[in-house]
Design a protein around this ligand. Structure first.
Ligand code: IMP
Ligand code: MG
Length: 179
């Protein structure tokens, strides 16, 4: 597995320091609001769990699972495979995501959750790859862990063909794996 990684982009330590910082910010900004943190499966699992352990205010957790109909890249043809289970009407909701890439899936998720009439809806993403953004997506993340260059990354929840999610760091996948 490790031999497929060209280089480590973010070490475990860098990620954990950032998680601590983001969790402190969210704990401060959402104090007294009993927010609902919605994780978008599956890529967010590591980030979600690490964030929740450091958020020190009353809050709730929920999950969504969306995917595109076909292909490896998100096409914009999205489908909700699993919806949230809480009633989000009037609630303060924060979407947690692993990566903001073309933005197609976050855009879809955002609209989907907005239709549930939350009191507020914000986005917290561990990684942002702005160079890849679909020009039609005008959405912006409210909280960003790391802005990264345009490379395909895996680990810490992120996959290539469902593998590498269990790496504790974020690495750049060797192009020979997918070329
Ligand atoms: P979007 O292109 O912003 O819609 O991102 C859709 C999904 O593609 C993300 O939630 C990730 O699961 C996946 N993705 C995008 N970029 C990468 C990457 O560099 N590595 C692994 N998965 C990625
Ligand atoms: Mg994925």
């Amino acid at each position: 597995m490790e031999k497929d990684i060209q280089s480590v982009l973010l070490t475990e330590e860098q990620i954990q320091n950032k998680v601590k910082e983001l969790a402190e910010t969210l704990s401060r900004e959402y104090a007294g609001k009993d927010p609902v943190f919605v994780g978008v499966l599956k890529g967010v699992v590591m980030f979600f769990a690490d964030m929740m352990k450091r958020i020190n205010i009353p809050c709730q957790m929920d999950f969504m699972w969306i995917s595109s109909y076909s292909g490896t890249e998100s096409s914009g043809n999205m489908v909700v495979r699993k919806d949230v289970s809480e009633d989000l009407k009037g609630r303060h909701v924060v979407i947690l995501e692993d990566i903001f890439d073309t933005g197609n899936s976050l855009d879809y998720t955002y609209r989907h959750l907005l239709s549930k009439e939350p009191a507020s809806l914000k986005i917290c993403t561990l990684l942002d790859k702005p160079e890849r953004r679909n020009p039609r997506v005008t959405l912006q993340a409210d909280y960003v862990g790391f802005t990264i260059p345009n490379a395909f990354v895996v680990g810490y929840g992120l996959d290539y063909n469902e593998h590498y999610r269990n790496l504790p760091y974020v690495g750049i996948l060797s192009p020979k794996i997918y070329e």
